[in-house]
Write a protein that binds this ligand. Structure first.
Ligand SMILES: C[S@@+](CC[C@H](N)C(=O)[O-])C[C@H]1O[C@@H](n2cnc3c(N)ncnc32)[C@H](O)[C@@H]1O
Length: 220
């Protein structure tokens, strides 16, 4: 088995851990300003011309909403119910018409070819099965529909990769299933989209293990 195959192997479905899920919801709401500072310009550019109806996988505490046009409708696929109050607060603040579904990216329950755009930020690190989630994205997107993403990924050889390997298990526990070392770019590139554009960049700042990042657009 190749290194990449090992890194992208589906994880078993995790048992929900209520305190961790609650703490993560609070944490991501509290660092919203920081994520905005680090990723705001990139998100604004990526989300600039989204259609008026958007599906978001793992919407968390609503970090993407400030970049959507007021009046947009957002269908948030978010399995952690502790994040839902924050999602509603953000929707009210930014004038977004919000619907929340407590489903998973791997199985959204949405109709095939019914969606114009799917967005996803810092979520493919956590889904149990990336390949299944990306297959689901392609199933629900209309032909020509867009999947827009920003993800942290496994580093190439060097000190950050060593740090990711060292922290992998405790990080995964504390951050509710988040894997530091996934080769998400390769998984997206090989997922069968008609067109894929991926850019590699660095977040910088205090969260060194999640510095290596990718962002881009894949067209169904
Ligand atoms: C690191 S947080 C990112 C939240 C938000 N997208 C952001 O950028 O701040 C990961 C989110 O993915 C959600 N999540 C975990 N597993 C998921 C799955 N299988 N399908 C969809 N969302 C999932 C978590 O509940 C959490 O809200």
């Amino acid at each position: 088995m190749t290194d990449t195959a090992q890194l992208t192997r589906p994880d078993p479905v995790r048992r929900p851990q209520p305190f961790i899920a609650w703490a993560n919801a609070k944490f991501f709401e509290s660092i919203d300003w920081y994520i905005h500072r680090r990723l705001g310009a990139r998100k604004r550019a990526l989300f600039a011309d989204l259609p008026p109806h958007v599906v978001e996988l793992g919407a968390g505490a609503g970090a993407s909403m400030r970049y959507l046009a007021p009046g947009s409708s957002l269908l948030a696929i978010e399995p952690n119910p502790h994040t839902h109050p924050a999602l509603r607060r953000k929707a009210a603040r930014y004038g977004i018409d919000l619907e929340i579904r407590e489903e998973r990216a791997e199985s959204t329950g949405l109709a095939s070819a019914s969606v114009d755009a799917v967005i996803c930020t810092l979520v493919l690190c956590t889904v149990e099965d990336q390949a299944a989630a990306l297959a689901e994205v392609q199933r629900i997107l209309r032909p020509g529909g867009r999947f827009v993403f920003i993800e942290h990924v496994g580093s190439g050889p060097g000190p950050i990769r060593a740090l990711q390997r060292l922290l992998k298990r405790p990080w995964r526990y504390v951050f509710d299933g988040c894997c530091l070392d996934r080769d998400t770019a390769a998984t997206i590139a090989g997922a069968g989209f008609a067109d894929v554009r991926i850019e590699h960049h660095r977040l910088g700042g205090v969260f060194v293990p999640v510095w290596p990042q990718i962002s881009g657009v894949a067209v169904a």
